[in-house]
Design a protein around this ligand. Structure first.
Ligand SMILES: Nc1nc2c(ncn2[C@@H]2O[C@H](COP(=O)(O)OP(=O)(O)OP(=O)(O)O)[C@@H](O)[C@H]2O)c(=O)[nH]1
Ligand SMILES: [Mg+2]
Length: 315
């Protein structure tokens, strides 16, 4: 499967991704085997409020990047539209345009029912696409939950999409997303009010950034009329060029990733041990009968599971 995925077979790529995503036997061996050959791709995270036009924009710039000769992977995390097929007909037709494009590979990922952390699973999928030779991987997530923010924060470049008429659009930007955005895009500028949003965001950025060079660009675009898309492409291309020349892996991302794998493994290990021996029942009874408390029980369980340390050493 690994060889075939590398040989650019879309079917093999899809199968390999499913295997790893579902954490089937040997998934970690796959990841270990491919790691050394990854880090070349440029990961662009696209986030923003629901309905901001993220997918429409991704569709547009993915197509343009493909025309420039890049091979693209798209990951839509928990999509409501239009990748999921739940969208209005127009959207679906537009998406079909790019999904039949040979150099664009689209993959959806549900957040529900995900084994282990969503963020790690998304990283793994990115890595497989990277290994399979995709020059650019685009991740679309709705910027609402902590998980989604974590997903985009693992990207090399973060695009935050807002739009006029989205209620209190600027206020609605989650704290935490603002800080990680490298580019602010105000979409739907074919409608009234885009300029106001641009100045509001710029004002907010001026207040929160220390030096002028640190201020990320704010641009207005329309996925419909294509206004501003050329400028958007210029900014993206410049970044892609820079990334291609830079180091394969960023230390901070690697640190986050090791922590995230560790957290998932630890949690799984603790769950296995506790449900495996059923001892929690006894402790729970002690708490309920007033003889113990959750804090003491947790301490005691940790002590008992110091076995974990030994078993991890053996692995
Ligand atoms: N007027 C206008 N409408 C747009 C534009 N871009 C997208 N839309 C519309 O906005 C709606 C949402 O677009 P999507 O691209 O699905 O937005 P999204 O952010 O991916 O939405 P979710 O994934 O559901 O959060 C659709 O009805 C689009 O047709 C634009 O530039 N101008
Ligand atoms: Mg979408």
């Amino acid at each position: 499967m690994v060889e075939a995925a590398k040989g650019n077979s879309e079917r093999a790529l899809a199968k390999l991704i499913s295997h790893v995503e579902d954490r089937k036997n040997g998934w970690k061996d796959v990841m270990r085997a491919i790691y050394a050959e990854t880090g070349r791709t440029c990961v662009i995270g696209v986030t923003g409020s629901p309905g901001a036009g993220k997918s429409s924009l991704v569709g547009e710039f993915a197509k343009r990047l493909a025309d420039m000769g890049y091979t693209i992977g798209i990951i839509a995390v928990d999509p409501s539209s239009p990748f999921s097929g739940g969208a209005v007909l127009g959207d679906r037709i537009r998406m079909r345009d790019i999904s039949t494009c040979e150099s664009i590979f689209i993959r959806s990922m549900a957040t529900r029912g995900m084994l282990g952390g969503l963020c790690q699973a998304a990283r793994d999928v990115v890595r497989i696409m990277d290994f399979a030779g995709r020059d650019i991987v685009i991740i679309e997530t709705v910027g609402v939950g902590q998980d989604e923010i974590e997903v985009v924060s693992a990207s090399d470049y973060v695009v935050l999409v807002t739009y006029p008429g989205g209620g209190d659009s600027v206020q609605a930007i989650k704290a935490g997303v603002m800080e990680i955005a490298d580019l602010f895009v105000v979409n739907k500028c074919d409608r009234d009010g885009a300029d106001v949003i641009v100045s509001e965001i710029s004002a907010m950025l001026d207040l929160s950034t220390e030096t002028a060079e640190d201020v990320p660009p704010v641009i207005k675009v329309s996925a419909f009329t294509k206004e501003g898309i050329d400028k958007f492409m210029d900014i993206l291309s410049e970044f892609i060029q820079k990334k291609k020349k830079g180091p394969h892996h960023q230390k901070e991302h690697v640190r986050q990733e090791v922590m995230s794998i560790l957290e998932t493994d630890m949690v799984n290990l603790i769950k296995e041990r506790i449900s495996g021996n059923g001892n929690m029942e006894k402790e729970l009874e002690l708490i309920l009968s007033g003889k113990s408390d959750p804090y003491s029980v947790a301490d005691e369980l940790i002590n008992r599971f110091s076995v974990i340390e030994n078993s991890l050493k053996k692995q």
